[in-house]
Design a binder for this molecule. Structure first.
Ligand code: SAH
Length: 217
């Protein structure tokens, strides 16, 4: 499939960046990344004309691509530095992954649904992003590649997955939506081996984090 990124798309992205600035996204690297990633390529063709509105949309397998504001806020809260090792739970469309890789991190991203894993891995590779994409259960994290500087969870978790906590470096941050139907976006800092601090940021609504791997629909 041909992947076109036109001047019109770039113009729409610039407008989206201005809108995010007004919504208190201040991290220049986050805004630059959102300005560079062609979000319209991560969205099903029937929604392409809305790609640069600040809205979430359905993707395959009953999942959603997060709203740009949410992607920007989570990325900003992670305070990533170039070269850091970051684990994402819930690759989905791959858009959040692309934004983080644009910011220069070494990304590992886990997705539990094979269909999404295959699509997003293919798209991200075609766009030249080099990350590690894994079909697996994010509740388990990724022990062989741990510990991580940062962990971002992009599905609503009923509780903080313990395996993820222990795969975070001391001094590292995790950003995770906590709760069932609606969640509170929460930032956790690992202060020491067994000392964690929690900050509650704001309400949000993600699809639920579920157990296990789905190979067939
Ligand atoms: N970051 C994505 C958001 C996708 S929605 C984006 O930018 O598009 C959340 C995703 O989390 C869904 O694709 C869902 O299948 C996935 N997910 C839910 N529970 C999971 C788990 N336990 N492990 C890995 N992925 C999970």
């Amino acid at each position: 499939m041909e992947r076109i990124d036109s001047f019109r798309h770039k113009g729409l992205r610039n407008r989206l960046v201005q809108e995010l600035k007004q919504k208190r996204i201040t991290d220049i690297e986050v805004l630059r990344a959102i300005g560079n990633v062609p979000r319209h390529l991560f969205i099903d063709s029937s929604f392409v004309k809305f790609a640069y509105q600040d809205k979430a949309f359905p993707i395959a397998a009953g999942q959603t691509i997060s709203q740009p504001y949410t992607v920007a806020l989570q990325s900003q809260l992670l305070e990533v530095e170039k070269g850091e090792k970051v684990l994402e739970v819930g690759t989905g469309s791959g858009y959040q992954a692309a934004v983080l890789m644009e910011m220069g991190v070494q990304l590992f991203s886990i997705e539990r649904q094979r269909e999404l894993y295959q699509r997003s891995t293919r798209l991200l590779k075609e766009l030249g992003y080099q990350g590690r994409f894994i079909l697996g259960d994010g509740y388990e994290g990724l022990p062989p590649s741990a510990p991580f500087d940062k962990i971002i969870v992009t599905a609503g978790a009923p509780v903080i997955p313990r395996n993820l906590l222990i795969q975070l470096k001391v001094g590292g941050l995790m950003v995770i939506p906590l709760g069932d139907q609606k969640q509170i976006l929460t930032r956790i800092t690992r202060l020491d081996d067994d000392e964690f601090e929690q900050e509650q940021i704001e309400e949000c609504a993600f699809v639920p984090m579920l157990n296990g791997v789905v190979k067939d629909l």
